[in-house]
Design a protein around this ligand. Structure first.
Ligand code: KMH
Ligand code: ZN
Length: 310
């Protein structure tokens, strides 16, 4: 049965978009905090967090910058924080795991398999580069393998368990569903699991209805209907289409500037909050109300804000 409450996640800045791609991508801790507050006010119950070097917009694993953002958000909103352990290109697994060990968040992402992850094809569209590192970084992604080996998954999962952090399993391809079933079988993961299906990245499944339906059905077969909650991301211009399909299928949704920079064709979204507002309007038309943070905590079985370490 379709649930009546939908969890909307706002992904505020990410690491796959570059400062030269949009003037509205938040860079500094202050900008990321403000974007988080605006998105929560617009109805997002989860905020997915990456941080950037405030001097040049480069994604960074810097723990002090994470701390500044997390404490700033906690002062202003009770939204659930989901820290990225995907990090950014070139970060080590230790750097990616460190925020979970340090801050013990309620949730963090866990990318469930290695894959090509590239944005080099976007470089030809950029007319003016804001920072010197950007063009090289973007082009270098042609050769980037996003490393999430079984050993990494096992080690990450034991860190998540030790810190009572709920993993959000990022699934970009059918084989990753199989990886979840394998890790469940080995006892590294416990039911129910929470999955984020990602379409539209270069290296993962395309943003089609068939992709999402196939991933969800494969998970029902491999993990068991009723053994998982899920959400969907449509990276790029198909964000609202994939999220609308997810809503119709009874799933939850993630929007935000990490995944899509445009509110409509050729028009920049000025804030992730605009994208949150748009998907909530669509949800309401479908009879779905946004879950507030405490409702999201209940649906996802989270430990609560009192148990985080920031
Ligand atoms: N960048 C997204 C496509 C992560 O941060 O761990 C998926 C993501 C991964 O958000
Ligand atoms: Zn992310």
């Amino acid at each position: 049965m379709t649930q009546q409450k939908v969890i909307v996640t706002a992904a505020l800045t990410g690491s796959a978009h570059f400062p030269s791609m949009s003037p509205y991508l938040p860079i500094t801790p202050k900008q990321i905090i403000e974007e988080g507050i605006r998105s929560a006010q617009a109805g997002a119950s989860i905020l997915h967090i990456h941080v950037r070097n405030p001097d040049n917009g480069m994604p960074t694993p810097d723990i002090d910058i994470f701390r500044e953002v997390l404490t700033g958000l906690k002062e202003a909103t009770d939204a659930v924080i989901c820290i990225s352990t995907g990090g950014g290109m070139g970060m080590s697994t230790e750097q990616r795991a460190a925020p979970v060990m340090t801050f013990k968040p309620e949730m963090a992402s866990l990318n469930f398999g290695s894959m090509n992850f590239s944005v080099f094809h976007v470089a030809e569209k950029i007319r003016e580069w804001k920072y010197p590192w950007e063009k090289l970084g973007m082009l270098a992604s042609e050769d980037f393998i996003f490393p999430n080996t079984f050993r990494t998954l096992r080690e990450f999962l034991s860190i998540f368990t030790a810190n009572e952090t709920r993993p959000e399993l990022e699934v970009y391809d059918l084989g990753m569903v199989n990886n979840i079933a394998f890790m469940l079988g080995r006892g590294h993961l416990k039911l129910p699991v929470h999955i984020q299906f990602v379409t539209g990245t270069l290296g993962g499944v395309p943003s089609t209805v068939n992709s999402l339906v196939t991933l969800v059905n494969a998970t029902r077969e491999a993990v068991g209907q009723g053994n998982f909650t899920w959400s969907a991301i449509g990276a790029g211009r198909q964000q609202m289409h994939i999220c609308s399909v997810a809503l119709a299928m009874g799933g939850n949704v993630r929007v935000g500037l990490e995944d899509n920079l445009f509110i409509s064709k050729g028009v920049f979204a000025k804030s992730s909050a605009e994208l949150v507002g748009k998907i909530i309007r669509i949800s309401k038309e479908l009879g779905l109300e946004p879950a507030n943070p405490d409702e999201a905590r209940k649906i996802l079985g989270l430990k609560g804000l009192a148990k985080v370490n920031y």
